[in-house]
Design a protein around this ligand. Structure first.
Ligand SMILES: Cc1cc2nc3c(=O)[nH]c(=O)nc-3n(C[C@H](O)[C@H](O)[C@H](O)COP(=O)(O)O)c2cc1C
Length: 210
């Protein structure tokens, strides 16, 4: 029997039990119904930002030189079959802590994340949802990840903890995202050994100056 598939989910909110966490729990329920395990990591504001030392790229180490939780989280992403990026909207963008984590993790992990299934959503009171959702997708887009979608952009509205439950359409969007993610993961799993992912080559970096 195939081993249980796993999803690791990153919550960019520093607020425990907040709207982002509540949405993640909804997705966990959908994944669990399809036999997929999920771990939630609350990134909050625990880690510092990228120092632009390029050590990870220059050495191909796959890890960051800064010694904190980021390397452990990178390992969890590499091990997982699926990755969820979730953040509250803060001034029209992802939370500061989430940006610190994602800049470092995605630069370091590099092609180790290729062809994993990804999903993103944001929580917000009123405005900035689409921009922030696209900001999360931008990380996964650079890693040849296969991105699960729903029937509307994944932004769900609420201010106080639990207020998102009143956004009926938003709740449905999140639940559909969970179901679509589970389906995509199962399809990719079923194709293992039959249809190989495409080969990828070294990227030719053209910096528009030479
Ligand atoms: C610093 C800060 C900035 C925020 N900026 C926005 C914003 O630009 N647009 C918006 O609609 N809501 C904004 N909000 C509201 C949060 O996005 C919203 O309450 C969200 O549901 C919080 O998720 P959480 O409960 O998981 O922390 C902001 C909240 C904080 C604390």
């Amino acid at each position: 029997m195939a081993s249980t598939m796993k999803v690791v989910a990153f919550n960019g909110s520093p607020r425990k039990g907040g709207n982002t966490e509540q949405c993640l729990k909804m997705i966990e329920k959908e994944l669990s119904a399809q036999g997929i395990e999920m771990e939630i990591i609350q990134v909050g504001n625990q880690v510092k930002g990228c120092m632009a030392c390029y050590h990870c790229l220059n050495t191909g180490s796959g890890h960051c030189v800064q010694k904190d939780a980021v390397n452990e989280w990178i390992d969890k992403m590499v091990e997982a079959d699926g990755i969820i990026l979730a953040s509250p909207v803060y001034y029209g963008g992802i939370s500061g802590g989430m940006k610190c984590f994602l800049d470092r993790a995605f630069l370091s992990a590099g092609n180790k994340l290729h062809h994993k299934v990804g999903a993103a959503f944001v929580t917000l009171r009123r405005s900035g949802g689409l921009e922030t959702y696209q900001q999360l997708n931008a990380y996964m887009n650079t890693m040849e990840m296969v991105i699960a979608t729903s029937d509307y952009w994944q932004a769900i509205h609420g201010l106080d903890k639990g207020e998102i439950m009143q956004d009926t359409e938003g709740v449905e969007v999140i639940q559909k995202l969970g179901r679509n993610m589970a389906w995509l993961m199962r399809v990719i799993d079923a194709a293992k050994g039959k249809i190989d992912p495409p080969q990828t080559g070294q990227r030719t970096m053209t910096n528009f100056v030479r």
